[in-house]
Design a protein around this ligand. Structure first.
Ligand code: 4AD
Ligand code: MG
Length: 458
């Protein structure tokens, strides 16, 4: 269907002033006066609507009646004119209703709660809020690829179905073709007869494959869906989320922290440059001060604290926490929020966590107690990045696995990377959907995904 995107019309209207043009879209609002009707048309290519001015004498009354219903899809042909208020508008000469929209269309009202909109994920993309969310989501993904591309990283596609649980946390979704009813007596027998002839699951992280790829390609990143069967019913956890995992050879912990900060600033700047209308929308309706916040993030250095310092700060801050802090315990969201929101008021890297609360693959520090791991905490949200330098000494890696009662079976290929020309290397994982929350101010991860998957909800 030959037509012009509304974004093009509004951005480069002067190119379309001579002759007629055709636009298509959905009716966002319509109002009527004696001789003319005004229709606000949106086609999803930009947040702004294009105003159509319909001379009632020129358009069939039945067609116009249908076209005035919110949600109707129409095609309009007319003359583009300059308008003081709207930039450009169209004086309609012909109009066709593509799909009528009956009055039970749930988006009649101007404003709905996000909770209500969550019940209609298939329709909420037609609101300004979600049009903005998904526009920024798309630009953010492009910005991420751009950063790695211009910095010489190779984009690697890691498998989604996997046999190993990278984080060792037992949060894998199982992949099977077996019926629920089986005659198998033992677990081994059950899996031996399954599709892959072994236990398989959905990936919780592409890191281990990423490390193997980096050990030949030098600098790589993965960017794909990640699945975790965590029973965390929070505003920041999804069972299916998108994950960016760079892995860099010849990089130690300080190098990867520097890369992470540079990366976060770059992608924020890109989104600010490419989504000004959307960020303005979020700044006005979702998080007051959002644009100032983002400007501050790109202009200032991130903070840095060791885990040990963070624990001391939390113990001496005079605040009552639900979960008491002691050296050796994992930091809870309330602790992370205190450190990033109240104590520093900016993003902060926490480094050198106790080995016992972190994964087996992290580089063991000389103190014998901590590992070269880092989490990036941001105000309002907590952890958005988890990363580390990797243990590249075979003996130390094996002993960390033994300590956790992990079998070496299934990790032979991973261990080979330490056997054949091992090198210092580091990487991190950024939760894409959490990053989107941070850039937009959206408070619930369920409102960053088209069809969010969370515990108890598919
Ligand atoms: O801290 P995590 O578990 O680290 C890893 O998976 C490492 N293998 C990454 C690496 O070094 N390559 O997860 C990384 C990030 C978290 O900081 C968080 O932003 C996000 O992934 N994340 C989730 N996002 C949404 N829902 C969940 N259930 C998430 N779990 C982790
Ligand atoms: Mg983590």
């Amino acid at each position: 269907m030959k037509h012009i995107d509304i974004k093009k019309v509004l951005d480069n209207g002067n190119d379309y002033l001579s002759g007629d043009l055709t636009v298509c879209g959905w009716v966002r609002t319509a109002r009527d006066s004696k001789a003319v009707a005004f229709i606000e048309l949106n086609d999803g290519t930009c947040l702004k609507n294009l105003q159509l001015i319909v001379d009632k004498d020129k358009i069939n009354a039945d067609v116009l009646k249908d076209a005035m219903a919110v949600g109707t899809s129409i095609k309009a042909v007319g003359q583009l004119v300059v308008s003081e208020r709207n930039g450009y508008e169209v004086q309609v000469k012909e109009m066709e209703v593509l799909g009528v929209c009956p009055s039970d269309f749930p988006l009649q009202k101007k404003r709905h709660t996000v909770e209500f909109l969550r019940t209609i994920p298939h329709l909420r993309v037609r609101t300004r809020y979600f049009e903005s969310v998904f526009a920024v989501r798309s630009e953010l993904a492009q910005a991420i690829h751009k950063y790695f591309h211009i910095n010489g990283y190779k984009y690697v596609h890691a498998p989604i179905i996997t046999g190993s649980d990278c984080e060792g946390a037992g949060e894998m979704f199982r992949v099977t073709t077996h019926d629920w009813k089986t005659e198998f007596q033992t677990e081994e027998e059950y899996y031996a007869n399954d599709f892959f002839a072994k236990k398989a699951g959905l990936t919780v992280s592409a890191q281990l494959e990423g490390e193997m790829a980096a050990m030949g390609l030098g600098k790589i990143y993965t960017f794909g869906p990640t699945f975790r069967a965590e029973h965390s019913n929070t505003t920041r956890h999804a069972a299916e989320f998108w994950h960016i995992e760079p892995e860099v050879c010849f990089a130690e912990i300080d190098d990867i922290i520097e890369i992470a900060e540079d990366f976060i600033k770059f992608i924020i700047k890109e989104v600010m440059a490419n989504c000004p209308d959307e960020l303005q929308f979020f700044n006005q309706w979702v998080e007051k001060g959002l644009i100032d916040k983002l400007n501050n993030v790109v202009a200032n250095d991130f903070g840095r604290l060791t885990y040990t310092e963070a624990v001391e700060i939390l113990k001496n801050c005079g605040k009552e926490f639900k979960y008491p802090v002691e050296w050796g315990v994992g930091l809870q969201t309330e602790h992370e929020k205190y450190l990033a929101d109240e104590y520093l008021g900016k993003p902060v890297f926490i480094v050198d966590y106790p080995a016992d609360i972190k994964s087996f693959y992290m580089k063991q520090n000389a103190d014998g107690k901590t590992v070269a791991a880092t989490d990036l905490l941001v105000p309002g949200l907590g952890e958005i990045i988890g990363g580390s330098e990797r243990e590249w000494d075979m003996e130390k890696l094996l002993s960390a696995m033994q300590k956790r009662n992990m079998p070496t079976e299934g990790y032979e290929e991973y261990l080979d990377t330490r056997k054949y020309g091992s090198v210092p290397h580091s990487g991190f994982g950024l939760g894409f959907d959490r990053m989107l929350m941070y850039i937009t101010g959206v408070q619930n991860i369920r409102d960053t995904l088209m069809f969010p998957r969370t515990v108890g909800s598919l």
